[in-house]
Design a binder for this molecule. Structure first.
Ligand code: CAA
Length: 263
């Protein structure tokens, strides 16, 4: 997957088990055009299908994770265009990935860029990260899930304020509000390095358990508590059918490091 040539993104494997996707439209601050998103979905699908990859990092540049959907591409579209062509519906494809997806956010994560980060499983922020849903200033509202995912992540009042005023929030606010896992240290590239280290750590675990863990946490956003607890327990039971459970527990008892086979 790291040999494919794309026009709007870069892909690589910086560490064993880690797939890295870098949005690469620097002149447009990584505005999420349709061609960019098609490439992103393709690269994500390739990493997801690659048995040697355990976790994926998605990042942009130091200046911009992504400044939103491409306004120049959208400006002349009519209702009939966006409705008939199901505009942005393909953005949700990435929420069905099996492998954990970590957003390494530096600079602007605005509009669709903020929504893209919110579709990832973990968000790490550089101290320079800026999150916002400025769509209101364009005469529209978020269309990539921002209203729903932000409300679940940071609550109604803060989401209303962001969506209705378009005000940007700093990495520090986003951290205080629980929108991101943490703010990493200062410096160009630090957030990507930390995200790759985190992805490497996750990729070193038994991959069936990792994927099951992602599935059950995501279920918390879809199911009632009773249904979610039942789903968790069933998947927990199911993992006793794996070799990794036998190996993980044997290794603990024998005081050695587990050697997971992902079986
Ligand atoms: N779409 C298209 N082009 C964009 C863009 C976007 N979302 N954001 C930035 N660019 C382009 C600019 O047009 C500019 O291109 P030119 O050099 O050809 O003029 C280039 O990127 C650099 O941008 P600026 O000159 O504006 O840079 P700045 O440092 O002065 O400002 C910024 C940075 C505050 C992020 C500003 O670019 C900005 O406000 N961008 C738009 C943010 C926005 O409104 N995002 C929401 C989009 S709508 C959406 O995302 C819908 C949805 O829910 C899916």
């Amino acid at each position: 997957s790291d040999t494919k040539q794309y026009s709007n993104i870069l892909t690589s494997t910086p560490e064993a088990g880690v797939g890295l996707i870098t949005l690469n439209r620097p002149k447009a601050l990584n505005a999420l055009s349709s061609p960019l998103f098609a490439e992103l979905n393709e690269a994500l699908a390739d990493f997801d299908a690659d048995d040697s990859i355990g976790a994926i990092v998605l990042t942009g540049s130091d200046r911009a994770f992504a400044a939103g959907a491409d306004i120049k591409e959208m400006k002349d579209k009519k209702f009939s265009d966006v409705y008939k062509n199901r505009f942005l519906e393909n953005w949700t494809t990435m929420t069905h990935l099996r492998k954990p997806l970590i957003a390494a956010v530096s600079g602007y994560a605005l509009g669709g860029g903020c929504e893209l980060a919110l579709m990832c499983d973990i968000i790490l922020a550089s101290p320079t990260a800026v999150f916002g849903q400025p769509e209101i200033n364009l005469g529209i509202i978020p269309g990539g899930g921002g209203s729903q995912r932000l409300a679940r992540a940071i609550g109604k009042s803060r989401t209303m304020e962001m969506v209705l005023t378009g005000r940007n929030v700093t990495a520090q606010e986003a951290d205080k509000w629980g929108m991101v896992s943490k703010i990493v240290g200062e410096g160009e590239g630090v957030v990507v390095k930390e995200a790759v280290d985190l992805a490497k750590n996750i990729a070193s675990k038994g991959q069936i358990a990792v994927q099951a863990g992602k599935e059950v946490v995501n279920a918390a956003y879809e199911l009632t508590l009773a249904e979610g607890l039942r789903f968790e327990r069933r998947l927990f039971h199911a993992l006793f059918a794996t070799k990794d459970q036998k190996e993980g527990m044997a290794a603990f008892v024998e005081k050695r490091k587990a050697n997971f086979s992902n079986l």
